[in-house]
Design a protein around this ligand. Structure first.
Ligand code: SF4
Length: 242
């Protein structure tokens, strides 16, 4: 009699980098960070432009090595964070999340919300999401170069807020991309979703390869002074500036 033997399927996820220790990628957690290769949004201020292409890097870490690492770090790290690039672009992400979870790790995710269907699939298995809000809905394409329909981001944001997952909504500002009126619209957009907390981060030059943003003077005080901040807080009461 013939017996059916099934070979366990290997998780295929395309990594572009791995950081074995971080205390700043998931609030109050010690984590490692797996960077997924690929993001087609092409933001000028991107810190990781080498991760934008979906082309595999010959020296890229392999997921099997990461799971070995996780086995050895049980009890020493709290979580693995999937970052990028845009992690939800990768069809291997759900399997990788389940595998890391089965080893005993909490799961963090950095995302733009670009792929709401995959986001919906993985959300029940995620413990914390850092959600990047790029601009007001009306000015999103001032920041992202890809003609992504904004409805995709709105769907992901709604899914996140309807879930029981912890999250942080954060936005990176550059005075060449954002104006005070854009910030006001962002606050109003967030208030419409019932969001109470918002992290605003200033543009940093590391990794940025866009000369227009790199060499144009970034003048945060022009877009976010105390008066603007108080106006924003009328819509989103808890705003943290980083
Ligand atoms: S969404 Fe993030 S990873 Fe993608 S291009 Fe923009 S900053 Fe870079």
């Amino acid at each position: 009699m013939r017996t059916n033997t099934t070979t366990p399927q290997r998780t295929a996820i395309q990594l572009g980098g791995f950081v074995p220790f971080s205390a700043s990628d998931y609030p109050n957690h010690l984590v490692c960070v797996a960077f997924i290769q690929g993001c087609n949004w092409r933001c000028g201020y991107c810190h990781n432009p080498h991760l934008q292409s979906r082309q595999p890097h010959p020296m890229a870490p392999q997921w099997a090595d990461i799971t070995d690492f996780l086995q050895q770090r049980q009890g020493l790290l709290d979580a693995i964070v999937f970052s990028g690039g845009e992690p939800t672009m990768d069809p291997g992400l759900p399997a990788a999340i389940l595998e890391a979870k089965s080893i005993g790790f909490k799961i963090g995710l950095h995302t733009t919300g670009a792929y709401p269907n995959r986001f919906k699939e993985i959300l029940p298995h995620i413990d914390w999401v850092g959600f990047d809000l790029k601009s007001s809905w009306a000015h999103y394409h001032d920041v992202i170069l890809h003609q992504q329909p904004i409805e995709m981001v709105q769907r992901s944001l709604a899914l996140l807020l309807d879930s029981h997952c912890d999250y942080e909504i954060r936005s990176t500002l550059h005075s060449g991309l954002h104006q005070p009126e854009h910030l006001l619209e962002m606050a109003q957009n967030l208030a419409a979703y019932g969001v109470q907390d918002w992290v605003i981060q200033n543009f940093r030059t590391d990794g940025c390869i866009d000369p227009e943003l790199l060499y144009a003077p970034h003048e945060p005080q022009k877009i976010l002074n105390e008066d603007v901040l108080q106006t924003l807080k009328a819509y989103v009461p808890n705003i943290q500036i980083r």
